[in-house]
Design a binder for this molecule. Sequence first.
Ligand code: SAM
Length: 313
Amino acid sequence: MEMGFDRILSALKAVGEETRLRILALFRTGELTVTELVTILRQSQPRVSRHLRLLCEAGLLERYREGTWIFYRLAEGGPEGDLARAIMKYIPFSEQILMHDGARLEEIKQERRGKANKYFSDNAENWDRIRTLYVSEDDVEKVLLDVTSDMKINDFLDVGTGTGRILEVFADRIGRGTGIDLSREMLAVARVNLEKANLHNCQVRQGDMYDLALNDGSMDLILIHQVLHFADDPCSALKETSRLLRKNGRVIVVDFAPHNLEYLRDEQAHRRLGFKDEEIMGWLNNVGLKSDPPIHLKGKDLDLSIWVANKTE
Ligand SMILES: C[S@@+](CC[C@H](N)C(=O)[O-])C[C@H]1O[C@@H](n2cnc3c(N)ncnc32)[C@H](O)[C@@H]1O
């Protein structure tokens, strides 16, 4: 797709500067806030903001506000987004300065992950009560069973399984169930729950949603229930699920609709304040899945959305 002489010139000018090329390189793995970029680049906030503005004006990055946080990410569609991704392929990540930036980015991610993990390790015992606070669990579980009633499910995966509730819901509909979670404490509670419920066809283990260490095309149904709002790169997590699905397999994402409960960031380590339908559907589409119209459920303070997508090829 051509992009016009002025547009390509302004995109190349924007990226043709050392700090801005470093910034672009940092978006290889997901979205970042200005504060995070300031920490990585060790430059003042006004300077970093100016570079970000130029990259956004040239169409290479996108900016979006959610509550008091402003996120930046690679432009999703359009020729500028394609150009940004094409440039990314040629960036020499082994260059010393980029290695340093990458190491600081990794530290930030570990810190972030540590916070979320601490929340879950501190609340593992209470999670089954906390998870019911927002939307009626029964309503959600009924929809999940309804939208999978047409399927024969041999292999089922629950990503971010927590205390294993979703495995329990599906246990008598599936051949084998696997739950994966980062938090050992949540998994310890899940093991007790599965044992108590006598669910011998389900097992849980520790793992990371970005790298699930399972074989390509090995799953019929994958659930990601209330997990993506902790992710700094939700699209990569969805890409990993797409890799694991068999042909005609299905992924179901359950998460909050956009909301303003900013305190959930501090108190429960949420990164995202819910998701718009188009955002999740766009990602599902980008990772090769065909999504159905989303389902919405009203909650007390928060509404919930359920996105269902199929692997048709
Ligand atoms: C809000 S809980 C939801 C648990 C469960 N799906 C449920 O609905 O009860 C989110 C879970 O995601 C897990 N999690 C967060 N980041 C993860 C990651 N990168 N990989 C795997 N699990 C992750 C947390 O440890 C936590 O157990």
